[in-house]
Write a protein that binds this ligand. Structure first.
Ligand SMILES: NC(=O)c1ccc[n+]([C@@H]2O[C@H](COP(=O)([O-])OP(=O)(O)OC[C@H]3O[C@@H](n4cnc5c(N)ncnc54)[C@H](OP(=O)(O)O)[C@@H]3O)[C@@H](O)[C@H]2O)c1
Length: 249
């Protein structure tokens, strides 16, 4: 890529988004101008609020002439906290889909005109191998272990999160098709299991083997730098990912 690359990363104040933001200036000095909640150009946006998305777009539109990369990173996993937060099943699903699917779609649609002004536009969506239908047939991962018989079940599943990310991957596929003739490269990113605030307990994530989110940040940086251009439209992961560097659907 030549010239400054303008990157918008949602949810970059922490976790994978933050680690991604760290990777870009680290390797490229001033090449990247990053819009994050807390880095070079902070940008406040609430995915549950259309007005907030509109304001964020207006702010970016005022400051830059184009957007080269949109990393749809922000997301929630509320299943594990649903009980303690007294969320009904309906509230759990509504809130999860509102952020992970509806909000991401509204934000993407809003920023597409800026993205189309880039000579090398890239559009990324954070997914997860947990949402692969093929992976759901694999009995080995802990999230596929059936709970003991009896009712009610302990809330050991991630129903809302998994189904929201599965929905998001279909949206990713459609953006890939929709923007093909505009030369926009689109991916789903499986960042691997990494220790962040997702789900509300870094310690729990570490206890089930979560790694360093910097690894996910490097994966996203590689995609931005063009190293995974042969896999557009796919849900991709690091080379040593348990489910493969291209996650089966
Ligand atoms: N960690 C993993 O193992 C893992 C695995 C697979 C996929 N992922 C995906 O990776 C992405 C990043 O997650 P993470 O692990 O870095 O989690 P995280 O540490 O909890 O970070 C999530 C980010 O999303 C932001 N966010 C949440 N709701 C938002 C909303 N309504 N509007 C705007 N921003 C919002 C958060 O902002 P606040 O801090 O202000 O709430 C935070 O910056 C997510 O899409 C997640 O599903 C993570």
């Amino acid at each position: 890529m030549s010239g400054p690359t303008i990157v918008l990363i949602t949810g970059a104040n922490t976790g994978i988004g933050y680690q991604t933001a760290l990777q870009l200036p680290l390797f490229h000095n001033d090449t990247y101008k990053i819009f994050t909640k807390s880095e070079l150009e902070p940008l406040v946006v609430d995915l549950e609020d259309d007005e907030s998305i509109k304001r964020a777009h207006e702010e970016v539109d005022r400051k830059v002439e184009k957007l080269d990369v949109l990393v749809n990173n922000a997301g929630v996993l509320l299943d594990s906290q649903a009980k303690t937060q007294n969320l009904s099943t309906r509230q759990l699903f509504l809130q999860t889909f509102n952020t992970n699917v509806f909000g991401v779609q509204v934000l993407t649609e809003t920023f597409i005109p800026l993205l189309l002004k880039s000579t090398s536009p890239r559009l990324l969506f954070l997914g997860t191998s947990m949402s692969s239908l093929t992976v759901s047939e694999n009995p080995n991962p802990y999230f596929n272990h059936p709970p003991p018989a009896g009712w009610p079940k302990e809330n050991s599943d991630f129903w809302a999160h998994k189904s929201s990310k599965l929905a998001l991957m279909m949206i990713m596929r459609d953006w890939s098709k929709n923007l093909k003739n505009d030369n926009v490269k689109v991916w789903g990113i499986n960042p691997g299991l990494v220790a962040t605030n997702l789900g509300g307990s870094k310690e729990f994530l570490k206890s089930i083997g979560a790694g360093d989110p910097a690894v996910s940040g490097r994966l996203i940086r590689d995609v931005i730098e063009g190293e995974r251009d042969g896999y557009v439209g796919k849900l991709i992961a690091t080379e040593d990912d348990y489910f493969g560097s291209v996650v089966p659907w």
